[in-house]
Design a protein around this ligand. Sequence first.
Ligand SMILES: C[S@@+](CC[C@H](N)C(=O)[O-])C[C@H]1O[C@@H](n2cnc3c(N)ncnc32)[C@H](O)[C@@H]1O
Length: 188
Amino acid sequence: MACFPLLLRVLRWFNFPWLDLILLFWRGFFPCRTGFPMLNIALFQPEIPPNTGNIARQCVGMQARLHLIGPLGFGISDKAVKRAGLDYWPHLQLVQHPNPPAFLDWLGPRPPWLITKHGATRYDRAAWRDEDVLLFGSETRGLPPEWRQRWADHCLYIPMPGPVRSYNLSNAVALVLAQASLAAGLFP
Ligand SMILES: C[S@@+](CC[C@H](N)C(=O)[O-])C[C@H]1O[C@@H](n2cnc3c(N)ncnc32)[C@H](O)[C@@H]1O
């Protein structure tokens, strides 16, 4: 079992044609364990389907796991979600948490990184590590204030020197996931 991730890497190296099938099989049994180093993107009650679709597509491309914290205002089979990345959807590692307490149960004692304009640390100064959880707020409400207080030393901001109130959610994910993946050494 322990050598399975290594085997996958070797097969990927040779562009082994059955790799996708093997991955689908593996994920069917171990949806939270791919064997590959990974970051977790968690969206707190996202409201705009195309944002979630774009983020899903980026997660597939950058091999991150996507967590959706409900309740959601739309269904994930919504056309607008899938349109952004229909071909890629089967490759997405998606974990759905029906509500915030379910997400907190899954999280356990480890602190997530909260990506919020109220953060005190610039996002590129965090010490990113494999399996870190990057938590983003909803489009209109952001993150719950009590979560920001609970993990105050894990709140990261993206600089906004120009006159905007905040960035679009999927743009914020794009910036932070790329930076975190590079810093954690997750890109080949
Ligand atoms: C459209 S913003 C939410 C704006 C919301 N009114 C607020 O006050 O947080 C959606 C999400 O993108 C992320 N975001 C946007 N701009 C950001 C920034 N400058 N720094 C850190 N995160 C940001 C945050 O996770 C935020 O919750």
